[in-house]
Write a protein that binds this ligand. Structure first.
Ligand SMILES: NC(=O)c1ccc[n+]([C@@H]2O[C@H](COP(=O)([O-])OP(=O)(O)OC[C@H]3O[C@@H](n4cnc5c(N)ncnc54)[C@H](O)[C@@H]3O)[C@@H](O)[C@H]2O)c1
Length: 337
């Protein structure tokens, strides 16, 4: 099987590539994960290497003869048209992914997440690629006070990021309906783990705490997120790639909901710091209060269950950032984080 992974030099895409090539850097040593599901003969990464894409994320598999790397933009139709032929499956991770950046400027989000997805879909259609796995987010549903969304809940995104992801989800599903393309969509909750760009809350807080710096907590800290270890997410995507039904949406969750204050407390405890290190900052504009996914469908149909619990996963993630300063220090100083 020949797999094209867009955004394969980013946080989640690179774990997917490492997992496909049997070198998942993100699995905590104390956890046994199920054996690999897919045995690719070729894994092509197509990545623009924006600020969040990093070739070093693929270092553990760099020498694998099955890996091919193409630096390029998914919005470039000529390039995408040259790269897509010869693949059986496309797993589409490439996106602008940070909500705060979408509030500052929405244009790159619409361009990459909507136009880029349409460009890759068109090439897949033209070249009759077998399957298109579109990786999306719980944020497309907007905020939910109580209960959990199922896959049939209406989309009501609130940020430019989530609106652009909702647009790309609908396009992907439309290519299934209109053209009969073999499309599956995954929507996951908040990922954490190694190799996450240190602007996102877990690596930002951990690296700040390791450096003796304060951590910025939005608003009252009562916003709730479900936390999913990146390797559990990638196993879920692999299950959907392998056995998901065409035209269907599958949720992938971690099973641990925390307020931002609770998450902060866990990170402070793990890093041996106290609340004096927390600096309250004005809330994010339009900040969704709570996301929550019902993951019954992927469990019942495909046998998915997360295997990395939050205490184990967070402890291993903090160890990774402690041991890999050479990876994140240049990123933080370059991005002035
Ligand atoms: N991180 C999360 O918690 C989370 C949660 C739900 C869904 N997702 C989704 O998962 C996917 C991956 O997220 P991530 O956290 O790994 O993001 P990331 O920002 O770490 O990685 C994105 C990757 O896409 C590449 N990219 C961006 N624009 C591109 C373009 N125009 N052409 C080619 N490559 C481009 C970047 O260089 C980078 O390697 C995204 O689609 C995101 O919406 C992420």
């Amino acid at each position: 099987m020949r797999i094209l992974v867009t955004g394969g030099a980013g946080f989640i895409g690179s774990e997917y590539v490492r997992m496909l090539l049997n070198s998942p850097a993100a699995v905590p040593a104390e956890v046994t994960v199920p054996p690999p599901l897919l045995e690719p003969s070729l894994v092509t990464v197509l990545d623009k290497l924006t600020y969040s894409g990093n070739p070093a994320n693929l270092d553990p598999v760099r020498r694998d003869p099955r890996l091919r790397f193409v630096r390029g933009d998914i919005c470039d139709p000529d390039l995408v048209d040259r790269v897509v032929p010869g693949h059986d499956v496309i797993v589409h991770f490439a996106a602008e992914s940070h909500v705060d950046r979408s509030i500052t400027g929405a244009a790159p989000f619409v361009q990459t997440n909507v136009v880029g997805t349409q460009t890759v879909l068109d090439a897949a259609l033209r070249h009759e690629t077998g399957r298109f796995v579109h990786v999306s987010t719980d944020e497309v549903y907007g905020s939910v006070e109580t209960g959990s969304w199922t896959e049939t809940a209406p989309l009501a995104p609130n940020s430019p990021y989530s609106a652009s992801k909702a647009g790309s989800d609908l396009l992907a599903l439309a290519y299934h309906r209109t053209h009969g393309m073999d499309v599956v969509v995954t929507r996951c909750s908040n990922n954490y783990g190694p190799y996450q760009f240190p602007e996102k809350v877990v690596p930002l807080f951990v690296t700040n705490l390791l450096d003796g710096q304060p951590v910025p907590l939005y608003g009252d800290g009562a916003n709730v997120r479900d936390w999913l270890h990146v390797h559990d997410h990638c196993r879920g995507v692999a299950l959907v790639q392998d056995k998901g039904r065409a035209g269907e949406v599958y949720h992938i969750g971690g099973g641990t909901e925390l307020t931002n204050r609770e998450l902060t407390q866990r990170l402070l405890d793990a890093c041996g710091a106290g609340w004096e290190r927390v600096r309250p900052v004005p809330d994010r504009k339009g900040h969704d209060r709570r996301y929550s996914l019902d993951i019954t469908k992927i469990g019942a149909e495909l046998g998915y269950a997360p295997v990395i619990d939050l205490p184990t996963g967070l402890a291993a993630t903090i160890r990774w950032y402690r041991d890999n300063r050479a990876w994140w220090e240049p990123l933080k100083s370059h991005a002035a984080l």
